[in-house]
Write a protein that binds this ligand. Sequence first.
Ligand code: FE2
Length: 371
Amino acid sequence: MTFVPIDKLKAGMVLDRDIYLFNSITSKIIMLRCGQILTQAYIEKLHEFDILGAYIHTNQEKEKTISATQTHFRQPVKRELRQEALTSIHQVYNMFNQVAQKINVSSINQTMNISKKLVNSLRCNIEAKISIANLKMYDDYTYNHSLGVSILSIAIGLELGLKTQDLYDLGLCALLHDIGKMAVPISIIAKPAKLTLEEFSIVKQHPVKGAEFFLKHNLANNAICGGVLTHHEKYDGTGYPNGLSGDDIPLFGRIISVADVYDALTSIRPYRKPSTPAEAIEYIMGSSGISFDIAIVRAFLNKVAPYPIGSCVRLSNGELAIIVKQNDYNPSRPVIRLFNQPDVLLDLCMQRDVQNIVIENICDVKTVENH
Ligand SMILES: [Fe+2]
């Protein structure tokens, strides 16, 4: 089984997992079932609903070849939990514009329970790294993005050794960090072009609106409100809304800002193509000490796997390779095994003679089978 991005899906491929169309706060709807053979019409439908890719069945022979060279990537957060989380985030976001009497504290408690489950799930898989491809299986950017940011934030928090209750609070804070966007007109949020200065100044108010919502209804503690308020502050003081710098930015804000930027860069947006995980990591590393706290970036790099072990990648020299081992110093340059020369292992980080080779992308199944 391999995750194949939407633009690489081809008619004739066979689904290895159900694809969900998530369009209801109370139910999940299966769009296509495991075992379904993809047709061009189905693929167009997936495009229409902004589904980001699908798990595709690979033939046994290729599976064996790949299995012999790898340990399969373990998924730290199960699909059911991710769907439960999306439902919960959706419910709380919908409360934003309700009158005070209709604010339902139990929805916040339910979201806190999701945060606890996410923390426990990631803690049980402490060695597992976060795979970006696996985070992006569902449609609906805002909720999806919030969940992605939460998973990454908790992973960073675990790496930093935060206490359990702090991890729960951090997870909840990240799940709801963008709730203030409900105060921004949808025409601005979904605008498929660059925002005007006036529009951007409206968007820049969303951290304040979010923190005000929690404070006004007494729904969250200071750490959570502080994280919501400061998730767009930058370490050098050039962020918004208050231009805080360094350790004046609360820890939750510093953690969520890294997770937020990384998830946003690697997501499909109406106005641009997503960055590759490696490009996003380069950006985060390049902004370390400027936009982001160096200690947080270091923890983040230890927890992210842009190329999960076992994935097949195309190199800049045209060759295909399998990811064999992560490199803690530079997750963009792991240890690989050449597809056509299984005896050759290359350490893209440590070996000088391969410094000019870069990973271009993760390959789809057909590319591997035709190679
Ligand atoms: Fe935000």
